[in-house]
Design a binder for this molecule. Structure first.
Ligand SMILES: N[C@@H](CCC(=O)N[C@@H](CS)C(=O)NCC(=O)O)C(=O)O
Length: 215
């Protein structure tokens, strides 16, 4: 699905590693029957290799792509560093949960002040982790798996109306600017307005949401 952040994770890894691929978009409001054979949980992303292997769940897909295919290695070889990236991802999962709570409240015309404060509490933990690392990226001196795993939500900050918090987290803000220059990020980038318009349609259960912006 063109606007799914979990899908973008997989595409970032495919692009960064230069893996030849074809994307089949699924309209999640109208899933074809065959889709459940390719993705038993009914979620995107799911990948199918040229020899028919199916892998789904974005962190598993990304790890599989990194391990099974040649190209730049995005996951650190050192087990402790690898564990650190997984821990950061768990922290980030709390951030995304907080973001979706804001979105649901906005959809229902509820006040989001408290939810935004809760989001910032969790977001600050990421800022502290990056500050402690003293490196430009979350995994060190160059882009790695954890950066791609978390990037898609930063592209969608406008949807959750939390852009102002980037100004309050200088290390993340510097990282954000660096990431905008990353070739895989540039290749998979969707303009903030398109994300917003998609989300507006999606909230109204529009069947055409997934096709937003196509002729
Ligand atoms: N845990 C899954 C989450 C994927 C997910 O939630 N994808 C959404 C789209 S962004 C989806 O497929 N939703 C199915 C639906 O709406 O029925 C992963 O990491 O891949």
């Amino acid at each position: 699905m063109r606007f799914c952040p979990y899908v973008q994770r997989a595409i970032l890894v495919l692009v960064a590693k230069g893996i030849k691929h074809e994307v089949i978009n699924i309209n999640l409001k109208n899933k074809p029957d065959w889709f459940f054979e390719k993705s038993p949980l009914g979620l995107v992303p799911s990948i199918e290799t040229s020899d028919g292997k199916i892998v789904y769940e974005s962190p598993i897909v990304c790890d599989y792509l990194d391990e099974a295919f040649p190209g730049v290695k995005l996951t650190p070889a050192d087990p402790y560093e690898k564990a650190q990236q997984k821990i950061l991802l768990e922290h980030f999962n709390a951030v995304t949960s907080a973001l979706y709570k804001i979105w649901f409240a906005t959809k229902d015309n509820k006040d989001t002040t408290e939810l935004k404060a809760q989001f910032f509490e969790k977001f600050k933990k990421l800022e502290e982790a990056l500050a402690k690392r003293k490196s430009p990226y979350f995994g060190g001196e160059s882009v790695s798996m954890i950066d791609y795993m978390i990037w898609p939500w930063f592209e969608r900050f406008g949807v959750f109306d939390v852009q102002e918090f980037l100004e309050k987290t200088p290390n993340i803000n510097a990282w954000y600017k660096l990431m905008l220059q990353d070739p895989a990020v540039k290749k998979t980038f969707t303009e903030p307005d398109a994300h917003l318009n998609f989300f507006k349609l999606y909230s109204k259960d529009s069947l055409d949401a997934a096709d937003y912006g196509l002729d």
